[in-house]
Design a protein around this ligand. Sequence first.
Ligand code: ZN
Length: 315
Amino acid sequence: MSLPPATLSLDLDDAWTYMRAAGRPGWEATRSVVPEVCARLLAMLDRHGLRLTLFVIAADLEHPDRVAAIRPFVERGHEIGCHSWHHEPTFAALQPERMREEVLRAADLIEARLGVRPKGFRAPGFAWSPRLPAILREGGFHYDGSPLPTFLGPLCRAYYFFHSKMSKAEREQRKAMYGGIKDAFQSLRPSRYPGAPELWSLPVTTIPLLRTPFHTSYVVWLSRFSRGLASFYLRLGLGLCRLRGVAPSYLLHSLDFVGNGEHRDLDFFPGMDVAWARKEAILEDTLTALRARFTVLPMGEYLAPGRGIAARAAS
Ligand SMILES: [Zn+2]
């Protein structure tokens, strides 16, 4: 019997995006983590025989070394998604024309530099906006991977604000970051947008019933208290997805691939006190657990006619 489907994606957030979102000075000049993250990620995916969706920030494609690090993903059949042009921390509050640019210019740049037109979009900081579906439709996108249905969104935002040096106005502009309480009640399953039926919404999966995130950054954070607890929490999430018939949309982040002491400007970020060796062990365990339970696909393939969701609906 074939395993039920799951999707895997990574948001290729560079060091500057974390510093900028937290209002840290010097973000423009900080060292990129993209080459190192891509090398580690690609080696790991090859070992597991997995392909994923890599959500790329178009501004990073101005740098030849970052393009060179990302190109092997295209060559090996991974999907390239769009993670906006400049990863604006105020994405959901942008004026309509600026938001259009952030999405449409980004898709054009990705196509020009990598030779593939992205079909999937994920907003920076999961900051969804009701204006987004119409813009995605205009850009020829097939799906939006932005929603994060969790109760913890407002808590994450509070944590972020607490550790930043932002003014009240800057905080106000970032208030859609990580979503709000009402987002926790959204479905975990893919759905079509009303008024844009060719466009799928495919949320990042949180644990069914609990609605707490269980992507790798959270598992790494829990491992600081107990490795056993972290492993139990991951398996609880995957197990409840199987039980409830939810295809997990499992999310990785760049900093899951950067260990303590490897980038001093990022020491402030949660989980950056954990060594790479431990993060690598958690990632290995996660990918092993995922593929033991699910057929893992890039997001676009899961939504494509005749694959994951469509094949199952027809059977
Ligand atoms: Zn991001």
